[in-house]
Design a protein around this ligand. Structure first.
Ligand SMILES: [Ca+2]
Ligand SMILES: [Ca+2]
Ligand SMILES: [Ca+2]
Length: 291
């Protein structure tokens, strides 16, 4: 009954005081026969749905998976799948504990993608990065302190470059600079490789995801919050999550022979390319993008 009374309150706000004062008891037939009709049986009468602007024949007007009555209760917009326009759909925010009515409250502060179907990818039994393997479901903390589930990048229609870098590593920083469009040691290769100037914009546009994992701080020690924050301060690329790998889980799976090691993943999280030289991954991505 809480839902019904709340929706009645919302209706009152849109109607005259006289109409609001006239409570519908639903059985005397003299206070609006239509008010008692609830065509879709969602607990909100057709009359109330008319005032809310919702579909009286659908219990979930915006089709986002949250019933109209639940949205009235939450205060979210039953006619918008993303009430606060932050890019995360209302039911995702409810499931993950962020607010569907506050754009500042997001699943990921960094606006990384979200995949509500990620459990369907199943369990990876890959112990070493090999082409065709399902990448393990790494869950690591990013530069904003959020724990990022790598599988949220799955099935977004984009390849993923999974970059294992270290703060101490010169070429790792040069790659980050190149992605930002800053002068880098790669500039002299711009006429030979399209990725020198093309990869940064492709990442910025979201045509390809670039995920950086730091496995050591500047001193070669265990990465921590300061490590990823310092990297982000230096390379403030809003498109790139910077994750820390204090347990070395990514490192032990990738078994890098040098840094950075950058794997190319398909959108289904299988390894597409696990080269010795990361520039091969860049070449392949540009081929995939037709550039
Ligand atoms: Ca809904
Ligand atoms: Ca939202
Ligand atoms: Ca939100």
């Amino acid at each position: 009954m809480k839902i019904h009374s709340l929706s009645a309150f919302l209706v009152c706000a849109a109607l005259t005081a006289t109409a609001c004062g006239e409570k519908d008891d639903g059985d005397d037939g003299d206070d609006g026969a239509a008010a008692a009709v609830d065509s879709d049986g969602d607990g909100i009468t057709d009359e109330d749905e008319a005032a809310l602007g919702t579909d009286p024949n659908s219990a979930d007007s915006d089709g986002d998976g949250l019933a109209d009555a639940a949205e009235v209760d939450l205060g979210s917009d039953p006619n918008s799948a993303d009430s606060d326009g932050d890019g995360y759909l209302d039911p995702w925010e409810v499931a993950e504990g962020s607010s569907p009515t506050d754009a500042e409250s997001r699943i990921y502060t960094g606006n990384w993608p979200y995949n509500p179907e990620k459990d369907a990818l199943g369990e990876s039994d890959s112990s070493r990065a090999t082409v065709g393997d399902l990448t393990p479901r790494f869950q690591l903390v990013d530069q904003f302190g959020d724990t990022v589930d790598l599988y949220d990048f799955a099935y977004q229609g984009k390849p993923i470059l999974l970059d294992l870098s270290g703060s101490w590593c010169y070429w790792c920083h040069e790659v980050a600079k190149m992605l930002e469009g800053e002068a880098s040691a790669f500039d002299s290769y711009a006429s030979t490789y399209s990725w020198v100037e093309g990869l940064g914009p492709a990442v910025a546009n979201g045509d390809v995801f670039f995920v950086t994992v730091l496995d050591a701080n500047r001193m070669g020690g265990t990465p921590n919050a300061q490590t990823v924050e310092a990297w982000y301060d230096e390379h403030s690329n809003p498109a790139v999550p910077v994750l820390m790998d204090p347990e070395g889980v990514v490192t032990s799976w990738m078994r890098p022979s040098g840094y950075p090691t950058i794997l190319l993943l398909n959108e289904d999280m299988t390894v597409a390319l696990a080269p010795r030289n990361y520039t091969d991954s860049f070449d392949e991505v540009m081929d995939m993008l037709g550039r």
